[in-house]
Write a protein that binds this ligand. Structure first.
Ligand SMILES: *Cc1c(COP(=O)(O)O)cnc(C)c1O
Length: 387
């Protein structure tokens, strides 16, 4: 018999218990320091292999000063969504700087990379359309496809041939077709076959969207991302990025044609119905972008650290950038390994479902230009000791 319960949230306890039994429960931990290569947790300072601050800009004095100066001039909060009265000179200047950096006619900043990606898909697709996502694409692309109510299809990871077959079979059933993938996969560290994906998109009149969240500032001769590295900047009409990883700030952006940006600013719900970034955050990101462009040695250093770590680790190491996954499989074992590394002075996050598919829990090592070769040595030696 159903026993009525006054508390509408009574199910949470049992739900959490099941979650925690599967090794999936997470807790917030307060980080006590602020430097790129080190992290202080529970009073202990560890070498930090968990941050996305690839170029060490989040704590750069010039970036902090740009934010402080702009907060004094413009106040802190933007006070409104961009199209009401939240858009200020620092937002406009950042968009111009991003468009110039990306080599596009225009760019638009969002409150986060999540908002940028989900808003772009929501603006481009309608229920008559179809969105094809790489199986490992970030949750914000899934969210965007769902908001749009377009048909959502998933193709095998980095499999352009399979995607081509699917499109050949069903393209005619839909209006617009959108293909979305990541430039540098956040949890696997690998890059998609962008030339092949461009060819599939062109053959089937599909719109290719590349989420460069982890690749902006990291890949490509000028740090424009995976599309630049693959030589397909001109062939990818919609490029999305974040200001919160290599740029060390907060916010997201989309770069493309003037018509695309005008559509997005009129249609993306995450742009229309959310308060604009604090102007100071926009100014900080613009300063980071200036540094990213004027100090390319940060990127060079990041890649040489990644290269030396890959060589020092046993066995073939998947991926090819500053994200190095260490596959384990079982969530509990991954946590035990992360704890052992922590005891040895290394912070390497355990990544579990739902961030990655069931049964594919892993350690995820991420590097920054602020690391040094000794730290690569310590990490590879410690990992060897535990396998
Ligand atoms: C981090 C991330 C985002 C979200 O960016 P935020 O600026 O942190 O909201 C989007 N896509 C991918 C692939 C990411 O890794």
């Amino acid at each position: 018999m159903h026993v009525p319960d006054d508390n509408p949230l009574h199910w949470i306890e049992a739900d959490s218990e099941a979650w925690s039994q599967r090794g999936l429960e997470r807790r917030l931990r307060v980080v006590e320091n602020a430097s790129a290569a080190r992290i202080t947790l529970d009073g202990r300072t560890l070498i930090n292999f968990g941050s996305n601050d690839y170029l060490g800009l989040a704590t750069d004095a010039r970036v902090i000063e740009a934010a402080c100066r702009t907060a004094r001039d413009f106040g802190w909060g933007a006070t409104s969504s961009p199209l009401i009265c939240g858009w200020r000179a620092p937002h406009d200047e950042l968009c111009e700087a991003l468009a110039e950096f990306e080599g596009t006619a225009a760019a638009l900043v969002f409150p986060s990379g999540f908002a940028a990606n989900s808003g772009v898909l929501a603006a481009l697709a309608t229920p008559a359309d179809v969105v094809y996502l790489d199986r490992l694409a970030h949750a914000c692309l899934v969210a965007g496809a769902r908001i749009s109510r377009a048909k959502l299809r998933v193709f095998p990871h980095n499999d352009a041939d399979r995607l081509g077959e699917i499109l050949t079979r069903e393209r005619s059933r839909f209006g617009r077709a959108i293909i979305a993938t990541e430039g540098l996969f956040s949890m696997d560290g690998d890059i998609p076959p962008l030339k092949e994906l461009c060819a599939v998109a062109e053959q089937h009149q599909a719109i290719l969207v590349v989420d460069e969240a982890h690749a902006t500032g990291v890949l490509g001769a000028n740090g424009r991302g995976a599309c630049e590295a693959a030589g397909v900047l001109e062939r990818v009409p919609v490029r999305v990025g974040t200001l919160s990883k290599a740029l060390g700030s907060i916010g997201g952006f989309v770069a493309g044609s003037r018509a695309l940006i005008d559509l997005i600013l009129n249609r993306a719900p995450t742009f229309l119905f959310s308060t604009a970034l604090p102007p100071a955050a926009a100014a900080a990101a613009r300063e980071s972008l200036r540094i990213l462009r004027s100090e390319p040695d940060r990127r060079t250093r990041l890649h040489s650290l990644a290269e030396s770590l890959r060589q020092a680790l046993p066995g073939p190491v998947p991926g090819n950038g500053p994200i190095i996954p260490w596959p384990v499989g079982d969530s509990g074992r991954t946590i035990a390994l992360a704890n052992a590394l922590s005891d040895a002075g290394l912070f390497v996050p355990a990544i579990r479902p739902p961030t990655v598919p069931e049964g594919t829990a892993r350690l995820r090592i991420s590097l920054t230009a602020a690391h040094d070769l000794d730290q690569m040595q310590i990490l590879s030696q410690t990992l060897r000791d535990y396998i």
